[in-house]
Design a protein around this ligand. Structure first.
Ligand SMILES: Nc1nc2c(ncn2[C@@H]2O[C@@H]3COP(=O)(O)O[C@H]3[C@H]2O)c(=O)[nH]1
Length: 575
């Protein structure tokens, strides 16, 4: 009854849920079901794009074309009037195709979700509100204002009326940023981007040079573009190439340009030189950052050889040993053996790091027979604890008698168990096998204790996974089957080498049996005690109940008597 009452009060204490409101994991699922579905991998299913998805990425990548078209072609057509006049229809068509893309881009913006507290907001009203309140909206609208209506007044020969189309540049930078994060060759991309900026700057300068020349009069002096009467100089292609060449000379300051004659020319040259200085500084800065990025990426992957070499030289280490160290470094780089994986991945969140490490090493790890029946979760944990190590030919991985501190899994290469002479190979170990576990796992009766039982030598270059004693102990606690297999194999080896104390093993077994027997007896005694306690409790409860009944009956009698007016008898009630 009390239990029932407690349950009822607990239920009352729970917050009253509004219809359609839920909490806990179910709530999340329910909310997920109710919310408009986001585009899977950014795919437009509910027409809401995920800004980190593929569809959005491809859309903004596509937007690079119309934006670049306006940035490159508009200025060209405005300055080289022949170009505009000769192909007016083509330009008009391309202009309006680009405008269509600009408008579509605004529609896409209205359908692109955003993150709020890490969750993708897919509510159209919220998206609209956010976009309308952002500065992007102002730029986007400004870049599609129908300024070309001015054509009606000024004629088709003034494409500069569409200059506002260049205001869509932030979208271009966004596309470049996305590409830079996604590409597998970020440095190459950065250099290409830099070259594009250089090209656009020279191009604009070339166009302005031609416009200034036209303004001052073609062929008016040696500085301006030559007169069209000179053979070939009236063709638009020649005009453009000459201007581009001239602009390159100014902006790279590598060649002699004709001396300016008028103020406008001086001003143009000064502006060009200043731009060149700025450009140089930017290019040098960007290039050096790209190069240092490349080196930093390499340094993160491979151990730095230079300090080691310096150390060896300073301490007069023998030439042979120095060469071995050098060859080891060379091998790492030549075969892209990464020993610094932990450092490279250290910034990733633990789960993500585990997944990355698992996807890289799982194929190799699943070849280890010991782990073939192991659950994926255990392997994922194990993979994080493994440290890649590379051993050179003839190098000893462990020597007999050393204290064992880690064990190894062979990822690639061949190793040998060698006799004490260091040459005679007793057993060869290859890919998918492991060694070095005997001294770590406390096999009962192991006469060597925690000392290595054999010498292990790398035959060629061997690529190993190394697991520390502490990590191995942790893994084996979670995976007792692996422990049993390891112990069985270790016992077999020890027995073969006559390093297993069978008596100690039997004694340990007997001790274990005795301990088991005593534990069982204790368990049984405990069970008996529990039964007796339960019985006593039941008895206690029943006598308490009887006592309560009796008290109740006596109280009734007392009340009856006092009601019947028998004063003085109240204290003579039979108890
Ligand atoms: N002693 C011995 N060790 C072997 C043999 N084959 C593989 N090993 C491994 O060599 C390792 C040497 O270090 P440990 O004694 O820790 O563990 C040993 C075994 O894992 C073998 O035939 N004899």
């Amino acid at each position: 009854m009390q239990g029932l009452r407690r349950a009822l009060s607990r239920r009352r204490a729970q917050p009253q849920l509004q219809p359609g409101t839920a909490t806990g994991p179910d709530a999340t699922a329910e909310a997920g079901a109710r919310a408009p579905r986001a585009c899977g991998a950014g795919a437009p299913r509910s027409c809401i794009l995920d800004p980190s998805g593929d569809w959005y990425y491809w859309w903004i990548s596509g937007m690079v074309l119309p934006i670049m078209y306006n940035w490159i072609i508009l200025i060209c057509r405005s300055c080289f009037t022949d170009l505009q006049e000769q192909h007016a229809l083509v330009w008009l068509s391309l202009d309006y195709v680009c405008d269509a893309f600009y408008l579509l881009d605004i529609v896409v913006r209205f359908h692109t979700g955003f993150l709020q507290e890490g969750i993708l907001v897919q509510d159209r009203a919220q998206i609209r509100q956010r976009y309308l309140g952002s500065s992007s909206f102002i730029w986007d609208v400004a870049s599609v204002l129908p300024t070309d209506l001015l054509y009606l007044r000024l004629g088709l020969g003034v494409p500069v009326v569409r200059a506002n189309r260049c205001l869509r540049a932030p979208r271009l930078f966004e596309a470049f940023d996305r590409r830079e994060t996604r590409t597998g060759y970020p440095n190459a991309f950065r250099i290409a981007k830099l070259m594009l900026y250089v090209f656009v700057t020279i191009h604009w300068n070339a166009c302005l040079y031609f416009a200034l020349s036209t303004h001052l009069g073609l062929g008016a002096d040696a500085w301006v573009y030559p007169n069209a009467s000179r053979p070939g100089f009236d063709r638009p292609l020649r005009q453009y190439l000459y201007s581009f060449y001239f602009s390159t000379l100014i902006l790279t300051t590598v060649g002699d340009t004709p001396e300016p004659q008028r103020e406008e020319e001086f001003l143009f040259m000064i502006a060009g030189f200043l731009l060149a200085v700025l450009g140089f500084a930017t290019i040098m800065g960007s290039m050096s950052s790209v190069i240092s990025n490349m080196n930093a990426a390499d340094a993160a992957f491979y151990p730095d050889h230079d300090p080691v070499k310096h150390y060896l030289q300073t301490h007069g280490v023998s030439r042979r040993l120095t060469q071995r160290v050098t060859r080891w470094h060379q091998h790492l780089r030549a075969h892209k053996k990464l020993t610094e994986e932990r450092g490279v991945l250290r910034h990733l969140p633990a789960r993500l790091r585990a997944e990355v490490a698992a996807s890289v090493h799982m194929p190799a790890l699943s070849k280890v027979a010991l782990f073939q029946s192991c659950e994926r979760g255990v392997l994922e944990e194990l993979v994080l604890k493994l440290r890649p190590q590379v051993f050179s030919p003839g190098e000893f991985v462990c020597r007999k008698g050393d204290v064992g501190r880690e064990m190894y899994f062979i990822r690639e290469g061949q190793l040998a168990v060698v006799a004490d002479d260091g040459v005679t190979q007793l057993v060869t170990l290859g890919e998918g096998l492991y060694f070095g576990e005997i001294s770590l796992i406390n096999i009962t009766g192991n006469k060597s204790g925690n000392r290595r039982t054999a010498n292990i030598k790398s035959i060629g270059y061997s690529d190993l996974f190394c697991l520390s004693k502490e990590d191995l102990t942790e893994v084996l606690t979670e995976f007792p089957t692996a422990r049993a297999m390891m112990e069985a194999k270790g016992r077999e080896i020890l027995l073969r080498m006559d390093k297993l104390d069978v008596n100690a093993e039997a004694a340990a077994e007997a001790a274990a049996e005795e301990a088991e027997r005593r534990a069982q007896a204790l368990e049984e005694a405990l069970e008996g005690l529990q039964t007796r306690v339960a019985r006593l409790l039941a008895q206690l409860e029943s006598s308490a109940f009887k006592l309560a009944l009796r008290i109740e009956r006596l109280e009734c009698q007392l009340q009856l008597r006092s009601a019947a007016g028998e004063p003085g008898n109240s204290d003579r009630v039979a108890v």
